[in-house]
Ligand binder design. Structure first.
Ligand SMILES: Cc1cc2nc3c(=O)[nH]c(=O)nc-3n(C[C@H](O)[C@H](O)[C@H](O)COP(=O)(O)O)c2cc1C
Length: 466
């Protein structure tokens, strides 16, 4: 390759020049003398619902001129911000996907490492689908770059990327292409709606969807589910909300309390999660994620900070599209559910040749959701939930003077489960620490361990009591 390598930094952060991630990208490229770079402020330009179309045309030209792309983006709601998703969507709608083909790409992300792997996986798979050669990127938290050793690795990484672009090194394709075969049509059997329990105390159930009463599998899945569900369901089409713009990460919600956007979304969402007992989601997949309107919606829910408002309630997801080929979308739903302790009772896809079977799954899911609400069933939490909660716990505790509402929530809900606060455990470890310096004690512990470990549990089992 002759001359300087032209790298386009596509800044997905809606904060534009104030983006922390951008500082990382500028630092790395600033260390590379043989590179010429420009910045495309995509996150900022695509925040308003009514974006400037001349900006998009110029943006596509810039992408076309670039030799390589550095996606510079924060992680938002376990993915990239809606604005970056929107850039891909708009380029596609303009029929210009070919501008990406053959280019090298990598990413720089900043975040708190909360599901950042899903964000990079989506970005990588999307780039690979567009025929780009993607090199594994970097993620950093807000302090990493201040360390010398971290900056040394950033410089190494960028040198490797530039070298890969120059020598057109082969890069592994990580994700298989998605099949464009649509899901089989779901034929809704006329089973009829069961009588709704209109009792005064019926749980408030809201179904949020991006498609309702259209000729799509999702609409028919919703009908089957609602027909079988014993309580009234309010259906809300999230396309109908008059969004002013996407979340622009200003943190006014965290610092002052109210959202910077004045379209009423914060009130709408808080009212929804505060008053409902169950949320059902009807979601269409698009590309390698959900329909982009979901990202707009989910990013805006950030105005509730890190308070897991659906805690202890119940959810279900009806998903139309190639869910089996998108395990990361499933992980996103399960992770969101696990961290929020939302008790997801069903994630039902539509990839069934047998409509009768899908119909049964939907009816069964609806009834199971109702039973779980009535029985106040609480699901167990796995790694996805515990891992996420520990990240939030440390983050909020570390920022408790600033994120005061989150701090209060974590305190009142007992989510500060730091091991050093467990006094009995501290004393136990102190005593054992001393005793265990003696080998005979360790040998005895080893011999008694199997029965000691289950002693209390066995007592419950043996008692036969509930
Ligand atoms: C709406 C919103 C959603 C976020 N979601 C996540 C997330 O899912 N995971 C994470 O680790 N950080 C998340 N963050 C934190 C940002 O990724 C982090 O602050 C990042 O450094 C911001 O970069 P920027 O200044 O370039 O925009 C979120 C921040 C906002 C405003």
């Amino acid at each position: 390759m002759e001359g300087k390598l032209r790298v386009l930094i596509v800044n997905g952060s809606p904060k534009g020049e104030h983006s922390l991630t951008l500082q990382h990208s500028l630092y790395m490229l600033g260390q590379e003398p043989a590179v010429e770079w420009t910045v495309l402020q995509a996150g900022e330009a695509l925040s308003p619902i009514d974006y400037d179309e001349s900006w998009l045309r110029a943006a596509i030209d810039e992408i076309e001129r670039a030799d390589a792309i550095l996606w510079s983006t924060p992680v938002y709601t376990m993915l990239v911000p809606w604005q970056l998703l929107r850039l891909f969507q708009l380029v596609k709608e303009a029929g210009r996907n070919a501008v990406f083909k053959g280019k090298y790409a990598t990413s720089m992300m900043t975040c708190f490492h909360y599901y950042d792997h899903l964000a990079e996986a989506w970005l990588r798979a999307t780039c690979e689908d567009l025929g780009m050669a993607y090199m594994e990127g970097r993620t950093a938290d807000n302090m990493d770059m201040l360390r010398n050793d971290h900056r040394a690795s950033m410089r190494f990484f960028m040198r490797e990327f530039v070298e890969a672009c120059r020598s057109r090194s082969p890069l592994e394709r990580k994700y298989a292409p998605l099949s464009d075969r649509p899901s089989p049509r779901f034929e809704l059997a006329a089973t009829g709606a069961i009588a709704k329990d209109g009792q005064k105390a019926a749980p408030r159930t809201v179904l949020l969807t991006d498609e309702y009463r259209k000729d799509g599998n999702l609409s028919r899945m919703i009908d089957a589910f609602v027909d079988a569900y014993p309580y009234p369901v309010e259906v809300v089409d999230i396309n109908d909300f008059p969004y002013e713009a996407g979340c622009h990460g200003c943190l006014r919600c965290e610092l002052v309390g109210e959202c910077d956007r004045k379209d009423g979304f914060q009130e709408f969402y808080l009212n929804l999660v505060d008053t409902c007992d169950a949320l059902v989601f009807g979601m269409n997949l698009e590309g390698r994620y959900l329909r982009p309107v979901w990202k707009l919606f989910l990013d805006r829910t950030f105005s509730n900070g890190h308070r897991t408002s659906m805690m202890g309630k119940h959810t279900a997801y009806l998903v139309a599209g190639p869910l089996r080929s998108l395990p990361n979308v499933r992980q996103f739903l399960e992770g969101k559910d696990n961290v929020g302790r939302e008790n997801c009772m069903a994630i039902i896809g539509d990839e069934y040749d047998d409509s009768a079977l899908l119909g049964r799954l939907l009816r069964d899911g609806a009834v199971r959701l109702a039973r779980a609400i009535d029985g106040r069933y609480q699901k167990s939490v796995n790694f996805l939930g515990w891992g996420g909660l520990k990240i939030f716990r440390d983050l909020i505790y570390g920022m408790r003077g600033v994120v005061r509402d989150d701090h209060r929530f974590y305190k009142t809900h007992g989510l500060y489960d730091f091991p050093q606060k467990d006094i009995p455990k501290q004393l136990f470890n102190l005593a054992m620490g001393l005793a265990f310096t003696l080998k005979p004690v360790r040998v005895q512990a080893f011999e008694r361990m199997p029965s000691m470990y289950i002693l209390l549990h066995k007592r419950i089992v043996d008692s036969g009591k509930p």
